[in-house]
Design a protein around this ligand. Structure first.
Ligand code: ACM
Ligand code: ZN
Length: 530
C-alpha cells in the first residue's frame, strides 16, 4: 500500500485500497467558496513551485473547498474519491490546514492519491515558533521563509524576538535612536565584521500581513528590563548608572539593566510598548523579563528609594513591580501579556500574565500550583524546545518525545497549558544555512508535539516519514541537518556536549567585571553630586 507522509500526523487517517483514484493534472477544476481564497492561492503556489504546474481548466478532476461552521475553527475534513477531493474546514483557517495536508499527500504520493479520509484537529491552541532577530538580523525574505514553513507544519504563532543586548531591530518612530544606534554592533563573536539591520514599520507590516494570509499571529517581543544593552547604548539615561554603553558584541547575562527606580524609565518603556502595540495588532505582546541580575539595583539610590517607598522586601520585587506595571498598562489596552518564567517564586507577577516556561528553575509542583490557580503557560522547556541546542544535547528523538506533564492538574489547570513553542535563539546562528540545520527536522518533531494527540504520536512512524519530508524540504529550498547528524553517537555526541558546556561558561559573563568597575565609578560621581 502507498505510504503517504503528513507532518504533523493527523488525528484520524484512513486510506482505502491501492488504486490511484485521483491524479494531479494541469486541467483541474476548483470549486471555491467564500473564504477559500488564501487556501486556493496556497495550493496554486505549491503546484507552481513543486510540480511546475499552473492547473486551471475544465478537466474531470475537481478540488472542492467548503467551510462548515459546525466544525471547530482549526479542524478540517479531507476526502479523496474518484477524480474528486473535498476539503472542508471549520473556518478559513481549518480549510488552510486541509490544504497543508493535501500538499504533503500529493507530494508523497507523486501526484496520485488513493481513496482516503482524514479528520483532523489540533491538540493545542498555541503552536509557536520564535526567531531571535536580536542576536542576528534576518531579512524580511528569510522571516517569510520561516512563516511559510510554519504554515506547512500547521503552526499558528510567530514570536518575533526583536531586541537583545546585541541589537534592537524594530524601528519606532517615536524613538529613532533605538535603531539608529542600537541596531549596529562593531563586530561579532565570529569575526571582526560589523553586524547591523533593523525592520522599518513597513517591513513589520509586510511580515504581519504575510503571516495573517497564512493564519499566523505575530507576537512581538521587546525584552526588558534585562537584555537591554542595545537600548542603553542609545538612551544611557535608562540605566541606574548612565555612562557610555555600547551594543554588546559578546553573549552572556549583563549586569546593566533598566533602572526601575526612575519614573522616566517606566514612562519611556510605556511609550515603547505603546508604539509596539500600535504596529502589532494580534493582541499579544511579550515583555521578555528573563535573566535580570539585581546587582545594579542594590546600589542604585533611585531603585533603593522606590523599594523603601513601596515596602519591597528585596530587589526581586523591583523585577515583579516593573513587569506588573508594564503588564497592566498593556492589559488596559486589551492586550494579553506574555513573559518568560523568571519571576516565579514567592512574589509572583499578576496572574493574568501568561508565562512562557523555559528553564528548570521552577519545579513541576510550582508550575502545577500556578496552572491550577489560573496562570496560563506556553511550554518552551529549553532542553526540549530550544532549536539552537546542539543535536548532541537535544537529539531529534529527545525533541520528539517532549512531554512536560506537571502532576496533579485540575481540569482548569490542564486548560491553562495554552500550547508549545519552539525557540530558535541565534547566538551561534549567524545565517540561514545554520538556521535551517538547527531548525529542521526538529520543527517537524515540535509540530507533532503541538498538533498531534498524545496517543497518535509514534516516533517509529515519524522517522518513516523523514525521507519524503527531506525531499519536500529540498524542493522548497530548505537545508535540514542530515538525519544521521540528528542522533549523534559516541565521540560526536561527546564533542557536541563539550562544545555546549564551553558555551555555557561564556554565558556566565566574566566581562561584567569591567562593567562593574565602570558602574562603581559612576556611583562615585552620583554620590559626589548628592
Ligand atoms: C531565555 O532563554 N533566556 C528565555
Ligand atoms: Zn536604578
Amino acid at each position: 500500500m502507498k505510504k503517504y507522509s503528513v507532518i504533523p500526523q493527523p488525528r484520524v487517517f484512513s486510506v482505502c485500497g491501492d488504486e490511484a483514484v485521483f491524479t494531479l493534472t494541469d486541467n483541474l477544476v476548483f470549486e471555491c467558496c467564500e473564504g477559500s481564497r488564501n487556501s486556493l492561492n496556497e495550493l496554486l503556489g505549491f503546484f507552481r513551485e513543486v510540480f511546475c504546474m499552473e492547473p486551471v481548466g475544465f478537466g474531470k478532476e475537481k478540488i472542492r473547498f467548503e467551510i462548515d461552521g459546525e466544525i471547530e475553527e482549526e479542524s478540517y475534513f479531507l476526502k479523496v474519491e474518484r477524480d474528486r477531493i473535498l476539503l472542508r474546514g471549520g473556518s478559513e483557517k481549518g480549510l488552510f490546514y486541509a490544504v497543508q495536508t493535501l500538499k504533503q499527500l500529493l507530494f508523497s504520493g507523486d501526484g496520485k492519491l488513493t481513496e482516503m479520509e482524514i479528520t483532523d484537529s489540533p491538540r493545542y491552541g498555541v503552536r509557536g515558533f520564535m526567531l531571535d532577530c536580536g542576536r542576528y538580523f534576518f531579512t524580511v525574505e528569510a522571516v517569510k521563509q520561516f512563516i511559510d514553513m510554519m504554515a506547512l507544519h500547521k503552526l499558528n504563532e510567530f514570536h518575533w524576538h526583536l531586541s537583545e543586548d546585541q541589537g534592537f531591530r524594530c524601528q519606532l518612530e517615536d524613538k529613532l535612536l533605538l535603531t539608529e544606534i542600537g541596531s549596529y554592533r562593531s563586530h561579532t563573536n565570529f569575526n571582526s565584521i560589523p553586524h547591523e539591520g533593523y525592520y522599518t514599520k513597513a517591513d513589520m507590516l509586510d511580515v504581519i500581513n504575510y503571516a495573517h494570509s497564512k493564519y499566523i499571529k505575530v507576537i512581538p517581543e521587546i525584552d526588558s528590563p534585562g537584555h537591554v544593552m542595545a537600548m542603553l547604548a542609545a538612551y544611557p539615561e535608562l540605566a541606574c548608572f548612565p555612562r557610555d554603553f555600547s551594543v554588546s558584541t559578546f553573549w552572556g547575562v549583563k549586569h546593566d539593566v533598566l533602572c526601575i527606580g526612575k519614573e522616566s524609565t517606566i514612562d519611556f518603556m510605556k511609550e515603547v510598548y505603546g508604539e509596539l502595540a500600535e504596529i502589532f495588532t494580534d493582541g499579544v505582546i511579550h515583555l521578555g523579563g528573563d535573566e535580570v541580575p539585581t546587582v545594579r539595583w542594590k546600589s542604585c539610590p533611585d531603585c533603593q528609594r522606590l523599594m523603601k517607598e513601596k515596602g519591597m522586601k528585596d530587589e526581586s520585587d523591583l523585577h515583579t513591580y516593573y513587569l506588573d506595571t508594564i503588564g497592566s498598562f498593556l492589559r488596559e489596552k486589551g492586550i494579553e501579556v506574555r513573559m518568560w518564567n523568571d519571576r516565579v517564586k514567592d512574589n509572583m507577577t499578576d496572574k493574568s500574565i501568561t508565562w512562557q516556561l523555559w528553564n528548570g528553575a521552577i519545579g513541576k509542583e510550582d508550575v502545577a500550583k500556578e496552572l491550577n490557580s489560573g496562570r496560563k503557560f506556553v511550554l518552551s522547556c529549553s532542553a526540549l524546545s530550544y532549536l539552537d541546542l546542539p543535536y548532541a544535547e537535544t537529539s531529534l528523538a529527545k525533541a520528539y518525545n517532549f512531554a512536560y506533564e506537571p502532576e496533579g492538574l485540575t481540569d482548569e489547570g490542564e486548560k491553562n497549558i495554552l500550547g508549545i513553542e519552539a525557540c530558535l535563539w541565534t547566538e551561534f546562528v549567524p545565517d540561514m544555512l545554520t538556521a535551517d540545520k538547527m531548525t529542521y527536522p526538529r520543527l517537524a518533531a515540535l509540530s507533532e508535539n503541538a498538533w498531534t494527540m498524545k496517543d497518535k504520536k509514534d516516533y517509529g512512524a515519524f522517522i518513516e516519514k523523514m525521507p519524503s519530508y527531506y525531499n519536500l524540504l529540498s524542493v522548497l529550498g530548505i537545508r535540514p541537518a542530515p538525519l544521521k547528524v540528528t542522533e549523534p553517537k559516541g565521540i560526536r555526541r561527546l564533542a557536541g556536549k563539550i562544545w555546549w558546556q564551553r558555551r555555557q561558561l561564556t554565558w556566565g559573563a566574566h566581562h561584567n567585571i569591567i562593567s562593574d568597575i565602570m558602574a562603581k565609578k559612576a556611583l562615585g560621581k552620583i554620590s559626589e553630586t548628592e
